[in-house]
Ligand binder design. Structure first.
Ligand code: ATP
Ligand code: MG
Length: 635
């Protein structure tokens, strides 16, 4: 378990006020360090320091913490005694949660001790002879947390929640709901990363440019969300090549961020265009960490142009203008969609700037999506285009198996988007009963953008009997997760009631999706978290985990497309392959070659033991790693 941090790096604004409410002093540090310390009487203080200014110390007594926007790296702390309010921003959300948790846990412990006067007097006596001094507070122990959780009323360090109606209105403009300090969210549930994922996270925090890959379901996107939460939000841009994938990691599409349209035209024009639009140039200059999921679908020429635009706009000759790149994806899944007649580099790694940009590479090996070893090895074979007779037979053997249960039909994965649309429209029309229309409520004039960037449709038509898919994690423990399959059984108070595969019933009420627009402000879509699920295109399914799928692979037209379709399933028992021919399965030869070289590079890196800070030049192993990385870069 994460022990809690006593140090935080962030931006701060501080305001001192008179009891009447007039401001008497203001302090503003763009980069500040907050430290939790104790004096000789074991009283807790927060020390706020910046590079050029003397440290300010405030007693942590009678404080109020407002943590509603922790997920965005923001919080405020009111120090009642000092009459000062500290506004924290741009803090890595995971660190902020951990820091606030430490305050909460330690203050709780202190309150208990104060209520035991004999202990306090003893300590005071023992310590009274010492000179005035401050020391770091000790790390939070599991026992500390347990005691804080069980003994102290929740209200002691909390944000008062506004009444629900007011909250709804605020959410449309202000952002996601508050995160609880102990809720299992990407912010707090850091412990579930496995060793290989943890190693990538460490590397990302060292500031190096990273590419990590791995077969479908190895937790690349899962890890990416943790990486995003561990970086300062104001300067971190999470993106993905497609809208669905971007939604999956809580970001925008790479195209929407880049602000250079589809990247067509000369580089000079694109650079000028990016410079001319102030909001675009500003975004590029502000960004310090650019994160891209599903990198396999980013066109190599576009990537190359982006790299040059970044250098130009930021007036910095380092690769990508000095922005830290964190890229992830699997090149053996879907390639970029290249318009007919268009030539150019296909994959990002085929661009000469790839090697200049990427400093460290990792491959995740443990598959989390599937548990069954037989299915995992079939998928691994298919991934590299190798199909044996046994594999064909095993997959064809699923053609007649019954995977429907309780009226929930399998989702048909189609190679062409139009096919999936036709199937959904026809099946809905065929159902008896009244159709109910759910129209989304969107932030002003943003419907088009939200259509591209969120998974939720602007118009959803449902009937009793409609096959649907859940578009949000509603309750992970109850299996109500993104991609879960169900059927509409009735409408109650105007909302659809859905029965899921695990027999759980859930009334789908309005949920919210947020995306950032060009100037960084949040846009919101409110809609029922469902979509029709008789059919889905394979391209739209990339990145998703689906629980009951059927596919016909005869119209496959891309390398990796069959692999993407098959690897969405969680097991052979929840999969039906209607037709299968080894000719439908192939891997791009250029990608296979790339992975051969890639493995050699990764193997060299693995000589160095796990768990060492990569950029730590003060220890010998850190130095060794630096030297090895330099050698690899030269190669
Ligand atoms: N460390 C982990 N512990 C538990 N579950 C995990 C872990 N990592 C990933 N998962 C789960 O495994 C499933 C697949 O993860 P994810 O979608 O991130 O894989 P991916 O590598 O991005 O796959 P794809 O290549 O298909 O996009 C998800 O349900 C995710 O929650
Ligand atoms: Mg993914």
């Amino acid at each position: 378990m994460d022990g809690g941090e006593s140090f935080l790096s962030c931006a701060v604004n501080m305001e001192w006020m008179t009891p009447q409410g007039s401001i008497i002093r203001k302090v503003n540090y763009k980069t500040a360090s907050l430290r939790l310390i104790r004096n000789e009487f074991r009283e807790m203080y927060m020390e706020i320091s910046s590079e050029k200014n003397a440290a300010i110390r405030l007693a942590l007594k009678g404080i109020n913490v407002f943590k509603k926007f922790m997920a965005e790296g923001k919080a405020s702390i009111k120090f009642q005694e000092a009459g000062c309010t500290l506004f924290v921003s741009n803090a890595p959300p995971t660190n902020l949660v951990s820091f606030l948790r430490t305050i909460f846990v330690k203050m709780t412990g202190d309150k208990e001790q104060t209520s035991n006067p004999s202990k306090q007097t003893m300590r005071a006596k023992l310590l009274s002879g010492k000179a005035q001094s401050f020391e770091e507070i000790s790390p939070v122990t599991v026992a500390d947390i347990h005691s804080a959780k069980t003994k102290i009323p929740k209200s002691s360090v909390t944000t008062p929640s506004p009444p629900s109606k007011k909250r709804k209105a605020e959410d449309m403009t202000r952002g996601p709901a508050p995160k609880k300090l102990y809720s299992p969210s990407p912010l707090t549930a850091t412990s579930s990363l496995n060793t290989e994922q943890q190693r990538v996270l460490e590397a990302c925090l060292s500031g190096k440019n990273i590419f990590f890959t791995g077969s479908a379901g190895t937790g690349k996107s899962f890890l990416l969300k943790r990486i995003v939460a561990a970086l300062p939000p104001d300067v971190t841009v999470p993106t993905a090549s497609t809208g669905v994938a971007a939604c999956h990691v809580g970001g925008t599409t790479l195209h929407a961020f880049a602000g250079i349209g589809d990247g067509s035209g000369s580089l000079e024009n694109l650079c000028e265009r990016a410079m001319k639009i102030p909001l675009v140039a500003q975004k590029w200059r502000k960004c310090k960490h650019l994160i891209i999921d599903e990198i396999s679908m980013v066109d190599g020429t576009f990537f190359e142009k982006l790299e040059a635009v970044a250098r130009y706009v930021r007036r910095n000759d380092k690769p990508f203008g000095g922005i830290q790149l964190i890229l992830c994806g699997d090149f053996l899944q879907l390639p970029p969609v290249v318009e007919k007649g268009k030539t150019g580099k296909r994959f990002c790694f085929q661009s000469p700037c790839w090697d200049k940009c990427i400093e460290l590479c990792f491959e995740l090996k443990e598959v989390h999506r599937q548990k069954d070893q037989e299915f995992i090895s079939i998928l691994n074979s298919i991934r590299i285009g190798r199909v044996t007779k046994e594999i064909s037979d095993r997959l064809l053997g699923t053609a007649r198996q019954k995977i429907e249960s309780d009226g929930i039909l399998a989702t048909i994965l189609c190679s062409h988007t139009n096919d999936s649309k036709t199937i959904n429209d026809t099946k809905l029309k065929d159902l008896d009963g009244d159709a109910k229309v759910f129209s989304s409520q969107d932030s002003d004039n943003s419907t088009k953008l939200l259509d591209m960037q969120t998974i939720a449709p602007s118009k959803l038509v449902l009937k009793v009997g409609a096959q649907v898919m859940l578009l949000k994690n509603i309750n992970v423990n109850a299996g109500l997760v993104n991609g879960a399959r169900g059927v509409v059984v009735k409408f109650e108070e105007g909302f659809p009631v859905v029965r899921f595969k695990n027999k759980k019933e859930y009334t789908a009420r309005t949920e919210r999706w947020y995306v950032k627009n060009a100037n960084g402000s949040l846009l919101c879509r409110r809609q029922i978290p469902l979509n029709l699920a008789w059919a889905f295109s394979i391209h739209k399914s990339q990145g998703l985990t689906l629980d009951c799928v059927e596919m016909s692979l005869s119209k496959i037209f891309e390398a990796g497309q069959a692999y993407v379709a098959l690897s969405r399933a969680q097991s052979l028992d929840t999969l039906r392959v209607l037709d299968f021919d080894s000719r439908h399965v192939w891997a791009d030869p250029g990608v296979l070659e790339f992975y051969q070289k890639f493995r050699r590079r990764v193997q060299q890196m693995e000589i160095i033991p796990l768990g060492r800070p990569l950029a730590d030049k003060t220890n010998k192993k850190g130095k060794l790693r630096e030297i090895l990385e330099k050698q690899m870069r030269r190669k």
